[in-house]
Write a protein that binds this ligand. Structure first.
Ligand SMILES: O=P(O)(O)O[C@H]1O[C@H](CO)[C@@H](O)[C@H]1O
Length: 291
């Protein structure tokens, strides 16, 4: 490792090599569980799991609802790795640390990244418990210059100026909608734009109104950095937001969001999300290699 915040290619490689020496699984798909969505990992068969604290170079989870375990296993015969707990900028991690696992996954041979998150809705037609397939994002920290790709570009991963148009894979989005239709989920599945804010505070009413005016459908404090880094190194990206609350946009509204209620909605929808992700992985077009 160079300086505290600078991570070099060899650091990612060391962590990947350690994981490859500890498990026979050779994942093609990585799944990142959002707040309260860690139960997604329970669907994996033949599990090998590692506490983040035991993985060389891995950051630690500090947020309630993020267990801090990396789980390898199979979904419908396809080998996956699942992060039960992600890292957020507001925890004090640099964005290189937040996205450290993504580059490690690339070196493990992962080709597709599925990101999930808990998010508040700005779209008046959405309800708590809705699942939003992410069509695109607005990355506020990124627009302000806080970007995990800042610093010397690591050409072994990708180009200096990666395009982000079409970053959320169209084919996988369509597949997700087909699955939702056939499972009877269509009435609570949406497609929309996710916006990342820095957090850890929830939005003020004026901020919520601004996001609403910008056309944001759902807001959260994660996801965009992971997606940028996955896209930069050529991985296919699919994203789901679970709508855990409506963002307060009215000065007369006395309700206030809290993290506990966010986790509660996560629990309520965990089985549905598990089914959706399992079916999606099952129907994905990937070559499954084993060690
Ligand atoms: O984005 P995930 O990790 O799902 O978590 C969301 O839930 C937390 C707030 O309750 C924030 O961390 C927000 O980003």
């Amino acid at each position: 490792m160079h300086s505290k915040d600078q991570i070099c290619y060899e650091d990612y490689q060391q962590t990947a090599d350690w994981l490859l020496s500890q498990t026979q699984h050779r994942p093609k798909v990585a799944i990142i569980c959002g707040s309260g969505l860690g139960l997604l990992a329970d669907a994996l068969k033949c599990q090998d799991s590692f506490k983040y604290a035991d993985i060389p170079g891995f950051p630690q989870s500090t947020v309630q609802g993020h267990a801090g375990r990396l789980v390898f296993g199979e979904l419908k015969g396809k080998t996956c790795v699942c992060m039960q707990g992600r890292f957020h900028m507001y925890e004090g991690h640099s964005l290189c640390k937040v996205t450290f696992p993504i580059r490690v996954f690339k070196l493990l041979g992962v080709e597709t990244v599925i990101v999930t998150n808990a998010a508040g809705s700005l779209n008046d037609t959405y309800h708590c418990g809705d699942i939003m397939v992410i069509k695109d994002h607005i990355n506020f920290p990124g627009l302000a210059g806080l970007n995990p790709l800042n610093g010397p570009n690591e050409e072994k991963f990708g180009p200096r100026f990666p395009a982000m148009s079409g970053i959320y894979d169209k084919h996988l989005r369509r597949l997700a909608f087909d699955i939702c239709k056939s499972m009877g989920y269509a009435q609570f599945v949406q497609e929309g734009v996710y916006c990342m804010v820095g957090g850890p505070n929830f939005e003020s009413i004026a901020e919520a109104r601004l996001l609403h005016k910008l056309g944001v459908d759902a807001v959260g404090m994660s996801t965009a950095p992971e997606v940028l880094v996955a896209g930069h190194c050529g991985m296919r990206v699919f994203g789901l937001s679970l709508i855990t609350n409506k963002v307060v946009k009215c000065y007369d509204d006395t309700e206030a969001v809290n993290h506990e209620s966010v986790l509660e909605v996560g629990k309520m929808r965990s089985e549905t999300l598990q089914t959706l992700v399992t079916e999606l992985v099952g129907r994905m077009d990937i070559n499954n290699n084993t060690a």
